[in-house]
Write a protein that binds this ligand. Structure first.
Ligand SMILES: CSCC[C@H](N)C(=O)N1CCC[C@H]1C(=O)N[C@@H](C)C(=O)O
Length: 349
């Protein structure tokens, strides 16, 4: 089944006849168009159209797998109006602004507008072979860059300079950083999202580096915590506990296991080491066109792993004013288990 056929089946289950797609990643996923928020897709029982404006005429022709209509709103909405009259039209409640919804109401008076959530994320969770290759390529690049940068993570170097080097190597390789690079040294390691600061790394510290490459639209995500000199016995103990939790959770990845079960497994191990409270976020998430997408590996998640999903496994422990550790791998769910896509070495601390 093509992506559009699958989407129409999901739309049927969601109780809508047509879908107005405004989320940039979803627009790209369905049409191939990379113009971000300047593209919209309308899927009706009759067909599908990419709407974008004249700045993108050539780009849309080159990229789009579906017919295009080039205009700006409200001309785009006027063009679509006859095709949606009398239909229940879903819109993406998480990405459409209130102003845009008002405009749909004004120009599609004969449509019944229905807010939807996650219609496309159900499809995007399972990667096609081409998508798996794209994420694999992004991660392979990230691994190469990390290997190049690892020697510069030493006492006397600013976190910012480590991040700039990663960013520069990614850009030179034709990619970009998937998100603001996290380089959190010493006590800053207690911040799970401690993006690189001007802090100078000191001897005896752990440094958490969380980085990803975005290559051809697809992302990677990986964290390594590295030692500069010899960290304190307490932080070495924390490192080993996080590593144990991470490796156990990766080994448990397979079709049929739920995100909640994996989260509980890692959390249980950290709790056994007295670090349950210190694990301040979920175990992981899906990765693809977005760094954070489904499935979710958190306690409240109902997602169950299936072959073709790509998830992170990233337990951490964060001790305010002391430091922190996170170790993260990018993992493909295979027919009978898992494949770890991130290959960067994990240090023995
Ligand atoms: C801003 S992108 C951060 C990428 C990173 N690898 C990541 O996903 N992190 C860092 C620590 C927590 C985790 C995260 O943000 N998890 C989300 C899904 C959560 O809500 O737990």
């Amino acid at each position: 089944m093509s992506q559009l056929e699958q989407l129409r089946a999901v739309m049927g289950r969601a109780g809508v006849d047509a879908l107005w797609i405004s989320d940039a990643a979803n627009v790209r996923y369905l049409s191939g168009f990379t113009g971000g928020k300047d593209g919209k897709v309308l899927v009706t029982p009759q067909g599908e159209t990419l709407y974008t404006d004249a700045r993108y005429t050539v780009q849309a022709e080159q990229e789009s797998r579906m017919p295009q209509f080039i205009a700006r709103p409200p001309a785009t909405l006027e063009h679509a109006a006859p095709g949606v009259a009398g239909l229940r039209v879903g819109f993406e409640a998480e990405s459409l602004t209130v102003a845009e919804l008002e405009q749909l109401r004004e120009f599609w008076p004969q449509a019944t507008l229905v807010g939807t959530a996650g219609v496309l994320s159900e499809l995007r969770m399972i990667k096609t072979p081409a998508e798996v290759q794209a994420v694999r390529d992004a991660q392979a690049l990230a691994d190469r860059v990390f290997a190049q940068v690892r020697p510069m993570i030493r006492a006397g170097v600013r976190e910012l300079d480590v991040a700039l080097e990663i960013e520069s190597l990614l850009r030179r390789a034709g990619a970009e950083s998937a998100f603001e690079i996290i380089v959190a040294s010493g006590p800053r390691g207690a911040m799970p999202h401690g993006v690189a600061s001007e802090r100078v790394i000191e001897d005896g510290e752990l440094v958490t580096v969380d980085m990803g490459a975005r290559l051809n639209g697809y992302n990677s995500d990986m964290t390594r915590t590295v030692a500069v000199g010899t960290p304190s016995p307490e932080m070495r103990r924390v490192y080993r506990a996080v590593l144990e939790a991470e490796e156990a959770a990766v080994q448990a990845v397979r079709p049929g296991v739920s995100g909640a079960e994996l989260d509980a497994l890692a959390r249980g191990i950290l709790t056994g080491h007295g670090l349950g409270e210190a694990f301040a976020h979920s175990l992981g998430h899906g990765v693809g066109l977005m760094v954070h997408e489904g499935p979710s590996l958190r306690g409240s998640s109902e997602d169950v792993l299936r072959p073709g999903m790509i998830v992170t496994v990233e337990p951490g422990a964060y001790l305010p004013d002391v430091g922190g550790v996170r170790i993260e791998d990018l993992v493909l769910v295979t027919d009978d288990g898992f494949e770890v896509l991130s290959r960067s070495e994990k240090e023995v601390v």
